[in-house]
Ligand binder design. Structure first.
Ligand code: AMP
Length: 285
């Protein structure tokens, strides 16, 4: 696997070896696990060249402390990527992505920026859009691979690509959430949980599935506000310290509070904290 820190060397490699070939791109912040690797593997299957990036993007962290604490495991990440046959890894530093003269962009993302994750992490999605936009401009891939584990992020990036017309040249590939045997969504943050915490954390997907079942089997209108409150209560009873939200969004990412037609596509999203670790998860109906 080729590893580049600098843009010009990366581009020389991409342009020199793979003209007219399809390029798949997987942006990450490192501390890689099977969830990330599934995206890279999918890209390898579907493209001539796969570029993965590892960049811990300071501007998407609302709190400085979270950025400092973010796990950095570059040596292990490189081995994992080499094992699955990733062609190329881009590991830029802050200066390379945001040089002094670089002007950050402000995207008109609308309501999605201010709800759920956006509400609890002000500025987060502007930071995400800036880094993804910048990386796409550098790498110029044909396909961009994103995990549905971060469903709101997928919708935000989709919007950013519309706003910038990047959608005309890059196809977005949303990939299923990879989970452990008990159903817990894999996350770099799981590494900070004790065994006990890991066991308890599986309640999140169980309660999401339970809510899904309640909606699918309902014979009349479901009060989603009430279902959200009951599910929140259950998450707390299962050992979580706090729940930021347990919410329901339609295809346009509008939050909905009741549903009468259980054929309507819907995503249930939650964020909750256990042992000081904030976890997010979602399922689609
Ligand atoms: P991150 O390094 O956390 O920014 O994640 C990089 C990419 O991996 C994002 O597109 C995430 O949605 C995706 N990802 C993270 N965890 C998972 C998972 N468990 N399953 C699938 N994709 C994931």
């Amino acid at each position: 696997m080729k590893i580049f820190k600098e843009i010009d060397l990366l581009l020389a490699y991409i342009n020199g070896h793979n003209q007219n070939k399809s390029i798949g791109f997987v942006p990450t912040m490192g501390a890689l696990h099977e969830g990330h690797l599934a995206l890279v593997e999918k890209s390898i299957q579907e493209n001539d060249l796969t570029v993965c990036s590892i960049f811990v993007n300071k501007i998407q962290f609302t709190f400085e402390e979270d950025f400092a604490k973010y796990p950095r495991t570059l040596e292990e990440d490189i081995k994992l990527l080499e094992n699955i046959g990733c062609n190329c890894l881009f590991v830029p530093d802050q200066q390379t992505i945001y040089p002094e003269e670089y002007a950050l962009k402000a995207y008109n993302l609308g309501e999605i920026e201010h709800v759920l994750e956006g509400l609890y992490r002000p500025g987060h999605f502007q930071g995400v859009c800036n880094v993804v936009n910048r990386l796409l401009d550098i790498i110029q891939p044909h396909q961009l691979y994103l995990g549905l584990k971060d469903y709101q992020q997928c919708k935000v990036i989709e919007k950013m690509t519309h706003l910038t017309s990047i959608d005309k040249r890059v196809e977005l590939k949303f990939c299923e959430t990879i989970r452990n045997h008990e159903g817990l969504a894999l996350s770099s943050r799981n590494k900070r949980l004790s065994m006990n915490g890991l066991n308890k954390a599986t309640a999140l997907i169980k309660i999401l599935n339970q809510a899904k079942e309640r909606i699918i089997t309902a014979e009349k209108e479901v009060d989603l506000t009430l279902l959200g409150q009951e599910s929140t209560q259950e998450i707390l009873e299962n050992g979580f310290d706090s729940v930021d939200y347990f919410a329901f969004a339609n295809e346009n990412f509008e939050l909905i509070h009741s549903i009468s037609n259980n054929n309507q596509p819907l995503t249930i999203l939650t964020a909750a904290t256990i042992e000081g670790v904030r976890l997010i998860d979602n399922i689609k109906i």
